[in-house]
Design a protein around this ligand. Structure first.
Ligand code: SF4
Length: 333
């Protein structure tokens, strides 16, 4: 019977799942995902979390608990320190494996491999090779598994660059019956959604904002549809470099889309109580107010956010964008 490795469908799942899945499966493990986010998972996350946690971290606690209940042999919660040279990600990622161990009763073994790209790419490669040794004594097999994971990640990123959203890209890669590749987004407005991946792509905490907008005739684009070079080039316009990798992606994408002639408006999604989000939102908004006057909406999510309020704000925002685009607007007052 193969070893079951659980992966929470939370936090950087939306960035790295193909790498993790192919890596563990190549080493003979069975990868088990937590269920899709729902009220029960968020409620259990809130019950098992620490007081200072932000919304996506609370949700991540719920996903870890969901895996513990399945059950699995291991839960993979990498200690993510840095995913780019001389940059960091939020310290809440760094402490997450310890917080989960401390707060969730009955947790199976946690694999908390440290991922730190802060100094050298080599450190990350070594971390995966060390991790692989847990499941295979054959270093060649471990190396092959890691390279297979990297190839899967490259393919996934290519699909995002072609305009697919994460769940579509994963369906194309792993679900042979998926028709996602044939679906062409269409609508009369192009709206950029800027936010942390675990906020904008999680259908439950985002209140399905992407699907909702699509059903209202909007083509949605996100930071992940832009190349790394482009977002870094745009973020480089800041007088001082941001050392948060995800914040750089958001600012770079915000600046890019603000200048794009195809974009009709920008929606920034923030998590209540998130320091980095309040700063990125402010920087993107100031840039827009100062130059393009593109319609901009800031939505802040927490567990008490009401769906009706979000829908009303989205509808009002889209009405305003459509009115602004209308050639007859000067005759209506
Ligand atoms: S960046 Fe913000 S939303 Fe993300 S984990 Fe940190 S505090 Fe939470």
């Amino acid at each position: 019977m193969s070893v079951k490795v659980g992966i929470p469908r939370a936090l950087l799942y939306y960035y790295y799942y193909p790498l993790w899945k192919d890596f563990f499966e190549s080493l003979g493990c069975e990868v088990v995902l937590s269920d899709k986010s729902n009220k029960g998972i968020l409620d259990s996350g809130i019950k098992n979390t620490v007081d200072e946690a932000c919304l996506p971290v609370k949700l991540a606690f719920g996903h870890v608990k969901n895996l513990a209940d399945k059950p699995v042999d291991y839960i993979f919660i990498p200690r993510l320190v840095s995913v780019a040279y001389k940059e960091y990600i939020c310290p809440k990622f760094l402490g997450f494996p310890d917080m989960a161990r401390q707060n969730i009763v009955g947790l199976p073994a946690v694999i908390d491999t440290t991922i730190s790209f802060m100094r050298k790419r080599h450190n990350v490669d070594q971390a995966y090779k060390q991790l692989g040794k847990k499941f295979s004594g054959n270093p060649i097999k471990v190396r092959q598994a890691y390279h297979k994971g990297l190839r899967a990640l490259a393919k996934y990123n290519q699909l995002l660059l072609k305009g697919h959203l994460p769940e579509e890209a994963m369906s194309i890669m792993y679900d042979r019956s998926a028709k996602a590749s044939q679906v062409k987004p269409c609508g009369d407005l192009n709206i950029a959604i800027i936010g942390h991946p675990y906020n904008i792509y999680d259908p439950y905490i985002s209140m399905n904002i992407i699907k909702r907008l699509q059903s209202m005739g909007v083509v949605v684009v996100t930071p992940d549809h832009l190349s790394e070079d482009e977002v870094r080039h745009q973020a480089g316009r800041l007088p001082k470099k941001l050392f948060w990798t995800l914040g750089q992606r958001m600012i770079g994408a915000g600046y890019h889309y603000a200048e794009s002639e195809d974009i009709d408006g920008i929606i920034h999604i923030a998590a209540f109580g998130c320091g980095p989000d309040s700063m990125t939102g402010e920087l993107i908004e100031r840039n827009i107010r100062g130059s393009t006057k593109l319609p901009f909406l800031n939505l802040t999510l927490d567990e008490h956010t009401g769906e009706a309020g979000v829908i009303t704000r989205l509808e009002a925002f889209l009405d305003m964008v459509r009115w602004k685009n209308s050639p007859k607007k000067q005759f209506i007052s």
